[in-house]
Write a protein that binds this ligand. Structure first.
Ligand code: PMP
Length: 284
């Protein structure tokens, strides 16, 4: 694997980062994952917009342009043989000489990128798609989930909770019993043909797959979409449940806490939405 580190491409085994890097010591950084199929990036512009916004939130002064980021992504794709790749981009605040919480002002950010193989994009076919099994639990992460921070321990612990119990993901809900998102994805229900997902706020990551999917559905117009609070009662009574992320696209959920979702099979609305997403995803 060839990686990118601070302006250079080099073998993964030669990439060296200081143990004093604040990404390592504090999880003080921002990251992105951008899917690429046969050299074509999905949602490049919005992914970079979100990373630049995240760097702004935490006051990391790295001002790479979209073009600079595109060059890095294309370099990683080319040096790693193309195909189906996830492009991981990571900016940490950099290595300080001491371990002190306050932001240092004379430290250069660490810029790292690597590419990893991802499965082919899902095909919009109920008979062939993988149905996800999920559990649910109270969301115990922090109150700034809109920041795509590299400090993912809260997400990791929640994912592990679901995974250790044999599930593919875990759906999270707040103290009011309202669904927030999954440990590594956004979450949706379908009820009576309407796709419903929680609104953007500090409780969820503004997913790029979510942004593109909602835009594609609204432009198509045949499936109504609502962004509003969704209670766990509604989730338990949903006809369909979906999860979205860059690597999954739209994942249909067939079981929640051991109970079937709807009739326990992948739904028709999922199939239609995934077909629309597959057709439209390269336009972003
Ligand atoms: N929420 C969380 C907590 C995530 O980790 C992710 C994936 N990184 C998402 C939502 C989905 O975001 P995206 O569609 O941009 O991959």
């Amino acid at each position: 694997t060839t990686v990118y580190l601070n302006g250079e491409y080099l073998p993964m085994s030669e990439a060296k980062i200081s143990p004093m890097d604040r990404g390592f010591l504090f999880g003080d950084g921002i990251y992105e994952v951008i899917p690429s199929y046969d050299g074509k990036l999905v949602g490049f512009g919005p992914h970079i917009d979100r990373m630049k916004e995240g760097l702004g939130f935490i006051e990391i002064g790295l001002n790479h342009s979209h073009e600079q980021w595109r060059e890095i992504c294309e370099g990683l794709i080319e040096k790693n043989g193309g195909g189906n790749l996830g492009i991981y981009l990571h900016v940490s605040r950099g290595a300080d000489s001491k371990r002190f919480h306050a932001y240092p002002n004379d430290v250069a950010p660490t810029v790292f990128g690597f590419a990893f193989e991802i499965p082919p994009a899902p095909v919009a076919d109920k008979a062939k798609a993988k149905g996800y099994k999920v559990s649910s639990t109270e969301d115990l992460r922090w109150k700034r989930c809109n920041i795509k921070s590299t400090a993912l321990l809260g997400n990791v612990m929640h994912f592990q909770q679901g995974y250790a119990a044999g599930n593919n993901e875990i759906i999270l809900y707040n103290a009011e019993g309202e669904m927030t998102e999954g440990s590594a994805c956004n979450a949706y229900i379908v009820k009576d043909g309407v796709v419903i997902t929680p609104p953007l706020d500090n409780q969820i990551l503004p997913g790029i797959t979510r942004l593109m999917l909602l835009d594609i559905l609204r432009k198509d117009g045949s499936i109504p979409v609502e962004e509003r609070t969704v209670t766990m009662d509604e989730v338990r009574n949903a006809d369909e449940i979906w999860l979205t992320s860059s690597s999954k696209e739209i994942a249909p959920v067939i079981a929640l806490d051991g109970n079937p979702v709807g009739n326990g099979e992948i739904g028709d609305v999922w199939q239609k939405a995934q077909a629309l997403y597959s057709a439209g995803k390269f336009n972003y």
